[in-house]
Design a protein around this ligand. Structure first.
Ligand code: GDP
Ligand code: IMO
Ligand code: MG
Length: 429
């Protein structure tokens, strides 16, 4: 049995797509367990650059069954577009399985996401405006429309009608927006239903059978620990659970099936959207991280907010997810710096915080306490073993490892899959 969870240990965009693609060859199933097309994973495979939003990063391998789990929210139009794009690129999507229990993002969810952000004004969350939050709201309030509803036109129309009786009032009376008719949405959704029907399956049963017969299942997170609805920097979070516990809920695989939990962290840190960010750099070092690291969002194209590596956050991610391994990406980007800072604690109101403060006010105003390490100022993109890295780079990794108290299993030194140092990964026998 090998059930492995891969999560983001920061605020997303840690390079989850690259690492999933790198180890995917060993797996029979790669599963997305939460989120929707707010995710943007860039995978460079066989000389091609693929940008994936909903489809798991294992899609490139003909022997892998990619699965969109019950914990995801799916915009069917966007999913079909992504499937068409991959097919046009010569990648077959016929094996894709979609959980019958995953929820659908409806057109009004996208309107409400934008309208609610607009209403918040300066207090906006900075969402991707893809309808993610409103779709999860409907799920929690038990008004959601699920993938299985696409299988029965009569039921689909009934559920849309029930939902519209409330949504049209909110759209028109609260936000002054146009309303929808059932037929209008049915017209859009009938072709979606026809196209997606062959992919709909009871995916948790399939995954549990696979694990019981010693097949390998990789549960691929989107977003990151600090964007988790429960454990992140609420309210500046996404509306699902990217953490390892969410992998079980969002796939229907029990915790005893999970053998290893891999946490991905950049050698520095970025975030997209609003919210507190103690090590944020609004200076020439920050600009350098953006330019050298090419820190522009895969989904919305927004410039990411850059900052120094925050060891307090990564230690928190180690605990919340029960990480067994840390994977450090984008170490090459730090080659541009003479010295490199690492945040080891925060200071607020005369107190030192060695772990995340409980109250959001303290985190909002937290001043980072830094250690400064020497840089290496050498191109490391060609290094393939730990020993080949310059001493300062090895020391940086060892330092991060000591602070996180978990081993660094892999180090990425460039965007392509070959540009990776494998320290602790035993491929499937
Ligand atoms: P994800 O959302 O966690 O999958 O991450 P994204 O794909 O949104 O963002 C990570 C970006 O960094 C992508 O453009 C990757 O191609 C790139 N990347 C991943 N690892 C490395 C690395 O080690 N070095 C460099 N320079 N780029 C990397
Ligand atoms: P990947 O999978 C970075 C952020 C948004 C916003 C907040 C809520 O590529 O790491 P939402 O649209 O989810 O309601 O927005 O979450 N966000 C991400 N930031 N990477 C992502 O995904 C993100 N998905 C959502 O910017 O601050
Ligand atoms: Mg991303």
């Amino acid at each position: 049995m090998a059930g492995i969870v891969l999560v983001g240990a920061q605020w997303g965009d840690e390079g989850k797509g690259k690492i999933t693609d790198l180890i995917a060859d060993d797996f029979d199933y790669v599963v997305r367990y939460q989120g929707g097309n707010n995710a943007g994973h860039t995978v460079i495979h066989g000389g091609r650059t693929l940008k994936l939003h909903l489809i798991p990063s294992g899609i490139m391998y003909p022997h892998i069954t990619p699965v969109i789990g019950n914990g995801c929210v799916i915009d069917p139009g966007v999913l079909i577009e992504e499937m068409d794009r991959l097919e046009a690129d010569g990648l077959s999507t016929h094996r894709l399985l979609i959980s019958c229990n995953a929820h659908l993002i409806m057109p009004y969810h996208k309107d409400l996401d934008g309208a609610s952000e607009h209403r918040l004004g300066k207090a906006e969350i900075g969402t991707t405006r893809r309808g993610i939050g409103p779709a999860y709201m409907d799920k929690a309030s038990r008004l959601g429309i699920r993938v299985q509803d696409l299988q029965d036109e009569h039921i689909l129309a009934q559920k849309i009608e029930a939902s519209l009786s409330e949504k049209n009032d909110i759209l028109s009376k609260v936000y002054g927006l146009p309303t929808y008719t059932v037929e209008q949405i049915m017209e859009e959704f009938r072709p979606y239903a026809e196209r997606l029907k062959p992919h709909i399956a009871e995916t948790s049963a399939i995954l549990n059978r696979a694990l019981a017969s010693d097949q390998w299942v990789l549960l691929e997170g989107a977003q990151g620990t600090l964007l988790d609805l429960d454990h992140g920097t609420y309210p500046f979070v996404t509306s699902s659970s990217p953490t390892a516990g969410g992998a079980c809920v969002g796939s229907g695989v029990g915790p005893r099936r999970i053998d290893r939990v891999l946490g991905i962290a950049k050698a520095y840190i970025t975030r997209v959207g609003s919210g507190p960010f103690p090590t944020e750099l609004d200076d020439t070092d920050g600009r350098k991280l953006i330019e050298v690291g090419n820190e522009y969002g895969t989904t919305t194209g927004r410039e990411r907010r850059p900052g120094w590596y925050d060891a307090v956050i990564v230690k928190y991610a180690v605990e919340i997810n029960g990480l067994t391994d840390l994977i450090i990406t984008k170490l090459d980007v730090l080659s541009a710096f003479d010295t490199i800072k690492v945040c080891v604690a925060y200071e607020y109101d005369g107190h030192r915080y060695n772990s995340l403060p409980c109250h959001q006010t303290a985190f909002h105003h937290a001043k980072p306490i830094y250690d400064e390490l020497p840089g290496w100022k050498t191109d490391i993109t060609g290094c393939r073993t730990f020993e080949e890295l310059p001493k300062e780079a090895r020391d940086y990794i060892t330092y991060i490892e000591d602070l996180a108290e978990v081993p660094v299993a892999m180090i990425a030194v460039g965007p392509s899959r070959e540009q990776t140092i494998m320290r602790r990964w035993e491929s499937r026998p």
